[in-house]
Design a protein around this ligand. Structure first.
Ligand code: ATP
Ligand code: MG
Length: 267
């Protein structure tokens, strides 16, 4: 049995086939030893690994597992999903919003890393914790979904105040920039602060992705990564901003498993 493992900075993703169905599982990276025990208990398994914590996992398991470069595995996994979805586009950008954010160009089966940003899922939970004390991902995204950014983020239209701006007034001029300029002042509610953190992360990853796509002539940006799990607010922000800036966003269900699937497919 083949098992593909993507051990990332925050979550370990696992993909394998059982009884003709693809099983996808994830564990926090703090449970690396538990994942190693699970692997060590599977005698006939052929393991292939990828991700920044793959070497750490390798040191805990009995057999020697081949290791793939994370970006190769991820892009292979994205191709797998697109085949299943019947998407035939040959040129697109893949933005992986993991702990950090990594941006790749896929063009006729070849891929190249275009860049990235340190603003990603780690920022989402780290900044959220600093602002509200929350640590749990689910709690953070549920509270964020109830918040309004109106009093915290400064829009272009706030600066231009009734005058026609040269760019859409709805664009954010400054994330968190309204805090000392608006009618209300701190303290803001937990929900408002968290919605604004999601806004900051979403708008940053969308903007950087669209600029990267523009540079390479691609118009579709595929967004993957666990930061989108259960996080419709982040999806909405990214979708809106990507469209507003002229590219076509695509979200892949279970896309956070692309790296694990790429490793699982390795012969
Ligand atoms: P990287 O690829 O950057 O090394 P990774 O592969 O671990 O990291 P992902 O699993 O794609 O990254 O995404 C991690 C992010 O997903 C977290 O930073 C957080 O925002 C979000 N997330 C989703 N579910 C959880 C969870 N159960 N626990 C913690 N974070 C979660
Ligand atoms: Mg990852």
């Amino acid at each position: 049995m083949n098992i593909g493992i993507d051990a990332g900075g925050t979550l370990i993703k696992i993909a394998y086939m059982e009884h003709n169905s693809l099983i996808l599982n994830k564990f926090p990276v703090s449970e690396l030893a538990h994942v190693a025990d699970w692997i060590n208990g599977r005698d006939n398994a052929r393991i292939c690994m990828t991700g920044g914590k793959a070497s750490a996992l390798q040191s805990l398991i009995h057999l020697k597992a081949p290791e793939l470069v994370e970006f190769d595995a991820t892009c292979r996994g994205v191709e797998y999903f697109l085949e299943k979805l019947g998407v035939t586009e040959s040129q697109y950008v893949v933005t992986n919003v993991g702990t950090g954010t990594s941006i790749h160009l896929i063009d006729s089966g070849q891929h190249r890393r275009l860049g990235g940003t340190g603003v990603g899922g780690g920022t989402l939970i780290g900044l959220s914790h600093l602002l509200t004390g929350l640590t749990n991902y689910e709690e953070i995204i549920q509270a964020a979904a109830k918040g309004s950014r109106d009093q915290i983020d400064l829009k272009v239209s706030h600066i231009y105040e009734g005058v026609e701006p040269p760019i859409p007034g709805d664009l954010t001029a400054s994330n968190f920039g309204r805090i000392l300029q608006g009618a209300s002042h701190p303290p803001f509610s937990r929900e408002e602060l968290l919605a604004s953190v999601v806004g900051l992360v979403g708008e940053t990853v969308a903007t950087v992705s669209v600029l990267a796509a523009g540079q390479s002539g691609a118009t579709t940006v595929i967004f993957i990564g666990s930061s989108f799990i259960g996080n419709n607010l982040l999806k909405d922000v990214v979708q809106r901003y990507t469209k507003l800036r002229g590219a076509a966003p695509l979200f892949i269900e279970n896309g956070e498993y692309a790296g694990a699937i790429g490793a699982w497919l390795h012969e």
